[in-house]
Structures are given as C-alpha cells and as structure tokens.
Write a protein that binds this ligand. Structure first.
Ligand SMILES: [Zn+2]
Length: 206
C-alpha cells in the first residue's frame, strides 16, 4: 500500500505569488507546524485559489445568524472545476454528523449519482476530523487539502485528536492529504468576533 503524505506551509509562496490580502490575525510562531514528508511544496497556485475561495465562502456565514468556521468545497481534480461547497450544519440539522466535509461529500455523490468521488479533491477550512476523513476515504476522494489544523480548532471547540493523515494512513485507500494551506486565513475564521461569540454559545449547547 502506498501512503501519500505532504504537509507544508505555503505561506511564503502565497505572499510572493499571489499577494493575497490580509487583515488576518497571524498565528503565533509557537503554534505546531511540524510536518513530515518531502521538503518541497506540492501546493499549487490553484490550490491556494481554491482554498481562498473556500475560506471566503465560509466567511460569509460570519455575517449571518449562524456563524460557522467550517466550510468545504469539492473540486474536479484535473480541471479545477467547482462541483459544490457546503457549510457545517450540525445545529440546523440537529445532526452531529453534519460537518461541512461530510455534507459536501453526501451532496456531491447525490448530485453525481455515484458512490465514488475519485477524480475529485476536497478543500476544507479545517483539517478533517476522523469522521470526515473516513467519509472522504470511503468516497474514494483523490486528495484532501485543509486550512487550519485540528489543534487550531481545538482552541475553540471540542475535537477528536487524530490527524487526518493518520486516518488515511491506516486505511486501505489512497488519498493525498495536504495541509495546512492558508492556515492563517482559515484560522482567522475561528477568531472572528462573531465566531468567538458563537463558540461561547456552542460550549453551553445541550
Ligand atoms: Zn468532521
């Protein structure tokens, strides 16, 4: 079985190649950024665009009545064509499994009327939890690209501390896991004032 794993920080590349804005909050230097795998980056300018679009889509929820930092996009791997995007809807659906990635995968397979999402890449603002990463593996997704890390999200809400790459490595499926990509921009979703307010409500939610 071949295991693919690439994780690196494209921040420098982002700044130099795209000049992407940022009124974003920088993550302190002591945040965990350790990665395994080859030193060169496999993250393309297209990945940065897809991730930036996923972050922008998710950020729109911050102005609404249900702010959420978790958003996902499913994109055709070769053409870069967007299939769909989805947000976390746990509270709205009364469904603990309505994470953005699971919802995106369910919507995608239904739309395509196929069980397999081979040929597609999942972009997500946060490293998939074990449930979401497992769903991506069961769907046969080519590649998962994530923004913030589980540890980042865990500063604000409960998480299951198993890295997505580890879930993939323990499966029989091949799936490239790349991240963190646009970590600062993704993490800024978590630290937005409206999101911080929402997290306080989440923490007392029954
Ligand atoms: Zn999840």
């Amino acid at each position: 079985m071949m295991i693919f794993y690439r994780a690196r920080n494209p921040r420098r590349m982002l700044i130099s190649s795209m000049g992407v804005h940022s009124s974003i909050r920088r993550i302190p230097a002591n945040k965990p950024t350790k990665s395994r795998g080859p030193a060169h980056s496999s993250v393309s300018p297209s990945d940065l665009e897809q991730m930036a679009a996923t972050v922008a889509f998710t950020a729109r929820s911050l102005a609404g009545s249900h702010p959420r930092p978790f958003g996902a996009s499913i994109v055709h791997t070769n053409s870069g064509k967007l299939l769909l995007r989805a947000l976390n809807r746990v509270a709205q659906d009364f469904d603990p499994s309505s994470h953005a990635e699971v919802r995106a995968i369910r919507l995608a397979t239904k739309r395509l009327k196929k069980l397999s999402l081979a040929g597609y890449t999942l972009y997500t603002t946060c490293e998939p939890c074990p449930m979401c990463m497992s769903t991506a593996l069961w769907a046969g997704i080519d590649r998962v690209v994530y923004g913030a890390k589980i540890a980042d999200a865990n500063k604000h809400c409960k998480q299951i501390q198993i890295p997505a790459v580890e879930v993939a490595a323990r499966s029989d499926m091949q799936c490239i896991v790349d991240g963190p990509v646009l970590r600062d921009e993704s993490y800024a979703l978590f630290t937005h004032p409206r999101m911080l307010q929402a997290f306080r409500i989440w923490s007392t939610r029954k």
